[in-house]
Design a protein around this ligand. Structure first.
Ligand SMILES: Nc1ncnc2c1ncn2[C@@H]1O[C@H](COP(=O)(O)OP(=O)(O)OP(=O)(O)O)[C@@H](O)[C@H]1O
Ligand SMILES: [Mg+2]
Length: 363
């Protein structure tokens, strides 16, 4: 129902959307996730023409909404928007806020707008606040009113831009519940959110945004459990990654140990686990690999998943197939084993550093 082709949005000095082409189907509930500054808000704002795209075209139900002189009104009627900051009119009561657009833009009678407004307020659990002013409501209540207000226009799609991120944590749940109920009714929705669990629970599709566009698009199962791209995986698991490269036996051993210590400290990895990471580095790299490889090419990647609270130590190195734990100098290999919960060894024929040893560090 919404078709986007080669959408581009440039600002002075930055181009958050480079070339986005995608289709949004009726009934889709799409969570939009990704690091800050990757154009999530910009995408929503371009779809409802709050921002004018620099290039590209957008169709809604086969009708092009870009490239017109006066498109805004028709588009606004089709699309509801819910902002982080509610944007209610402070000088109007709750019910007046909701009745305003249907009367002004759809030409509804006062009575019809009132009845529909009350029905929607009941739906979001706030009928008794109809005659209150926004100031008298909590953040969660304001946001539920904002949702009712968006629904009052009976839009084809509702765009939510971080609807819960300005809320006190105790109020996030009530707003999420309303959005979840709405998703069940088959309303088409796009929701920018940083709450991964919520995204997973309500959507049938997830856009992970990065590098100027929709970097990965799939079901929650695909994107959250089996992301295709490395960057997506790092974001989802909230991975903190450190990479080290060693190209000579005379590398700066002390400097690297220091770097590892700094990395562990910065990510608040417990001293016990940090000690194991150091131990693995010393035994695997310094004791086993450096003495074995005549022209060492070793790449170390240490990953800490905030999500899982777990450290993984991956070493890639050149040379013939060699599983450093199975075949290494036995004393070092035994020490290694004591620090590791699980290991995985592979030989990747095509790679520059074909040996890959992946170690899950003991908690
Ligand atoms: N009106 C504007 N003028 C200039 N630059 C802008 C404007 N709006 C956004 N940008 C820039 O465009 C980029 C994308 O911004 P956008 O707000 O879409 O990111 P976002 O993914 O929503 O980030 P966040 O998660 O922090 O909300 C950022 O670099 C931002 O600074
Ligand atoms: Mg944003």
């Amino acid at each position: 129902m919404i078709k986007i082709e080669h959408l581009q949005k440039k600002y002075e000095g930055t181009t958050p959307l480079k070339d986005v082409s995608v289709e949004i189907h009726d009934g889709d509930v799409i969570s939009v996730i990704g690091p800050s500054g990757t154009g999530k808000s910009t995408l929503l704002r371009c779809i409802n023409l709050l921002e004018k795209p620099t290039a590209g075209r957008i169709w809604v139900d086969g009708e092009e909404i870009t490239g017109r002189k006066k498109p805004a009104l028709a588009v606004r009627r089709k699309m509801g928007m819910v902002f982080q900051s509610f944007n209610l009119f402070g000088h109007m009561t709750v019910i007046e806020n909701i009745m305003l657009s249907p009367m002004d833009l759809l030409g509804q009678s006062k009575q019809a707008a009132y009845e529909e407004g009350m029905r929607l307020l009941r739906m979001v659990g706030l009928a008794e606040k109809a005659f209150a002013y926004p100031d008298e409501l909590s953040g969660g209540q304001k946001q539920r009113v904002a949702i009712a207000r968006a629904l009052a226009m009976d839009p084809d799609i509702i765009l939510f831009d971080e609807p819960t991120s300005a809320l006190d944590p105790t109020m996030v749940g009530e707003v999420q519940t309303v959005i979840r109920e709405l998703a069940k009714t088959g309303k088409t929705m796009m929701i920018v959110t940083h709450e991964m669990r919520f995204a997973k629970a309500i959507s049938n599709r997830v856009f992970f945004m990065d590098e100027g566009g929709i970097y990965e698009d799939g079901t929650p199962e695909q994107v959250f459990e089996h992301p295709i791209k490395e960057k997506t995986r790092r974001f989802i698991q909230r991975l903190k990654v450190m990479e080290l490269e060693i190209h000579s036996a005379d590398y700066d051993f002390v400097g690297m140990e220091n770097k590892i210590a700094g990395y562990c400290e910065k990510n608040r990895i417990s001293p016990k686990v940090a000690g194991r990471v150091q131990l693995i580095f010393e035994e695997l790299v310094q004791q086993i690999l450096i003495s074995r490889l005549s022209t060492p090419d070793i790449r170390v990647m240490i990953e800490y998943s905030e999500e899982k609270g777990r450290v993984t130590f991956t070493a890639r190195y050149n040379g013939e197939p060699f599983d450093a734990i199975l075949e290494g100098d036995t004393l070092s290999a035994d020490i290694l084993k004591s620090a590791v919960e699980e290991k995985e060894y592979r030989y990747l024929e095509e790679e520059e550093c074909p040996n890959e040893l992946k170690l899950k560090v003991k908690d």
